[in-house]
Design a protein around this ligand. Structure first.
Ligand code: GDP
Ligand code: MN
Ligand code: MN
Length: 250
């Protein structure tokens, strides 16, 4: 196996209304079945998902959590506003957001956003954002590509953060090995590889977390193109999610 990966250079600071698909195809010679990985930060900026903390109305609950967690009550309120369920309240907020994903602080970011009072919400419908970018690339180049929108997430049980896929188009979220054989003829029963997270993790190494200004990367040579699907398959069904159950039953 051989694959190549590179960042898309010279992407400007993204403003509301910018067309991410077009900005990428103007800066990279795309090939059929390339995988384009894009940080959610620039997708959010293009979709004007910027929130000014000055406009947030703080509830009693947010006030209390903010005091306990030593955080800005307006930030806590904006996390609660984006959440459908709170799994951990302190020392940080772990919540389920409206699209079903479970993440710390509802994925709201304060880094790489201009204005000290501004925070950046995740794209509202990340699969749709990915599909829109995929469709733009097809319209402008005739090439079928996979698109993965990523965010940097912490993990349970392990230190450090990695890239994770939050919205996809033109690729299946997993590669299912179940029913295939290992080297010794034993049938695999569990392995369903979360390939979009693996790709997001690798692309995140190229994109970085700081002032690199490289919010998009291309991975070429892995033929993983597939008609659209969505990220939901990666969210553990409630009845199987023993960790969630343990957290909310405390
Ligand atoms: P996240 O992981 O999606 O939350 O995004 P990060 O804040 O970690 O940023 C990922 C990469 O994108 C870093 O290299 C940033 O410097 C870069 N980045 C963030 N916003 C912009 C932007 O508006 N324009 C450009 N060119 N790069 C950006
Ligand atoms: Mn982020
Ligand atoms: Mn990041």
């Amino acid at each position: 196996m051989k694959a190549t990966a590179f960042t898309v250079e010279n992407i400007p600071l993204i403003k509301p209304g910018d067309d991410i698909g077009r900005l990428i195809i103007e800066r990279a010679e795309l090939e059929e079945h390339d995988i384009i990985i894009i940080s959610s930060t620039i997708v959010s900026k293009s979709e004007n998902r910027i929130l000014s903390l000055g406009k947030v109305k703080v509830s009693r609950r947010a006030e209390a959590i903010a005091k306990r967690n030593d955080n800005d009550p307006r930030f806590i309120q904006s996390v609660l506003d984006m959440s459908s369920e709170v799994l951990i309240e302190s020392p940080f907020l772990l919540v389920r957001i409206n699209n079903g994903s479970i993440c710390v602080n509802a994925g709201i970011d304060r880094s790489n956003v201009s204005g000290s009072e501004n925070v950046l919400l995740l794209p509202e419908f990340p699969d749709e954002s990915a599909k829109r970018i995929k469709d733009t690339v097809f319209e402008l180049t005739g090439k079928n590509v996979s698109v993965i929108i990523t965010d940097t997430n912490g993990r349970a049980f392990r230190m450090g953060q990695t890239g994770a896929a939050i919205g996809i188009s033109g690729i299946l979220p997993t590669r299912d090995w179940r029913g295939t054989e290992d080297l010794f003829g034993r049938v695999l029963e569990v392995k369903n590889e979360a390939i979009v997270d693996e790709l997001a993790g690798f692309a995140n190494i190229l994109m970085g977390e700081g002032n690199g200004g490289t919010p998009a990367a291309i991975i070429r040579g892995l033929d993983l193109y597939h008609e659209s699907s969505g990220i939901n398959e990666l969210f553990r069904p409630e009845k199987e999610d023993v960790i969630r159950r343990a957290l909310i039953s405390r």
